[in-house]
Design a protein around this ligand. Structure first.
Ligand SMILES: [Zn+2]
Length: 397
């Protein structure tokens, strides 16, 4: 078993300010800050529709050496067939424009994302592996979600598994789509509206949960607050709908594997329908806690493509909290963070590889602890559990 060296920038830690810590990164939405961020001249310049194109170029052309090393290590561990349980696709027409606040968020980085765009980066992300992807619309404010749903349905095939985006303000439409049984999972999102929904049942109403439970259709749950703060909502839904597979996106959005997070996972553990995906989490300890507390058969690999194409480091600071410090001049870059911590992000590998490395490290750590075969666990996490939950063996129209 080869231990991976996660790109956590330990060198950078040494240069950090007293008490600050560099860690892996999280989802573009994890540390959403509801305060408007003052726009910079760069933000103004980048407020156009070529954003995604530019960032894909950076992703493919500006990889640091460290990324190639990490890529070789992680790809050598992947099974022949990977199922990515968390990717997005918008289609060509659905994007209407973000609010000023929306543009300050990392999730504004790829306003349009098509299956063909995904194909153009697949080689770099996965080499020669066969990859099936759950294709979720961008569920946030700024899109025509009906157009996105139509798109993911239109591109559906054996390797593009469509997920339905809930329209919490149009349950009639959502239930009709859901009952068509053309979708492998259902996604809803607190930032569907601005300001965001506060409680899970605001954006996953009971009618939807009940129908998903009847159909055994998994929900991809981006919790409105980090897991320790809303675990009671999660366990209440898990208890009320025991047949409903729940997948906590981004491992429940915790910045740290601290006592509160572990205890929240322990409260979820008796509910066997609660799972977690690894998308955008680059902290091995967070993913290790999930594998330990829920067990490896309830952990799913997810990338959050296209957001996993970004390169940045997350720096935990005493004074400013957690900051994403980008390697490239993305429009959401915060000038203060760049000035103070920019040197730590210069050689940051893509989040895609930071996150894969963290997941494989967590699996190896757990295998060393329990004596389980790491390759078997990798098979579960990267394929088998997703195949079962998304019913990939069954014919869908
Ligand atoms: Zn996502």
């Amino acid at each position: 078993m080869v231990a991976l060296h996660v790109g956590l920038g330990f060198g950078a830690v040494a240069q950090a300010h007293q008490g600050d810590r560099v860690e892996g990164a999280v989802c573009p939405t994890i540390w959403a800050d509801p305060r408007p961020w003052p726009s910079t001249r760069r933000t103004q310049r980048m407020l156009d529709e070529t954003v995604a194109e530019t960032y894909v170029e950076w992703a493919l052309r500006e990889a640091p050496e460290e990324e190639f090393r990490l890529r070789d290590e992680v790809l050598s561990r992947l099974p022949d067939h990977v199922i990515d349980a968390h990717t997005h696709a918008t289609g060509p027409e659905a994007f209407h424009g973000f609010s000023d606040y929306g543009w300050t968020q990392r999730r504004s980085s790829f306003p349009r994302w098509l299956v063909t765009d995904s194909g153009s980066v697949s080689d770099h992300l996965y080499g020669d592996r066969a990859v099936s992807r759950l294709r979720m619309p961008q569920p946030q404010f700024g899109y025509d979600h009906r157009a996105e749903n139509a798109y993911v349905r239109q591109v559906a095939d054996g390797h593009n598994l469509p997920a339905l985006c809930v329209l919490p303000n149009d349950l009639g439409y959502t239930l009709t789509e859901l009952r068509s049984k053309k979708y492998r999972a259902v996604k809803s999102y607190p930032h569907y509206t601005e300001p965001p929904f506060r409680y899970i049942v605001d954006f996953f109403p009971h009618e939807i949960l009940e129908t998903c439970a009847e159909q055994r259709t998994p929900i991809i749950l981006h919790v409105p607050r980090p897991l320790p703060e809303c675990v009671h909502e999660v366990t209440e839904i898990a208890r009320r709908y025991p047949q409903l597979p729940i997948i906590l996106a981004h491992a429940g959005r915790s910045q740290h594997s601290d006592r509160a997070y572990v205890s929240a996972l322990r409260r979820c553990a008796p509910h066997m329908n609660v799972h977690a995906d690894s998308s955008m989490v680059t902290d091995t300890r967070v993913l290790g806690s999930v594998v330990r507390e829920l067990g490896p058969s309830r952990m799913l690999y997810g990338s959050d493509e296209p957001f996993s194409l970004l390169r940045y480091r997350t720096v935990h600071t005493k004074r400013h909290g957690s900051l994403a410090v980008p390697a490239h001049p993305y429009h959401w870059e915060k000038p203060d963070a760049k000035r103070r911590y920019g040197h730590m992000a210069t050689h940051a590998p893509m989040i895609h590889f930071q996150s894969l490395a963290a997941l494989i490290n967590a699996i190896d750590w757990n295998s060393a602890r329990t004596g389980a075969d790491p390759d078997e666990t990798i098979g579960l996490v990267f394929h088998d559990t997703a195949a079962r939950l998304f019913k990939t063996g069954e014919h869908h129209e």
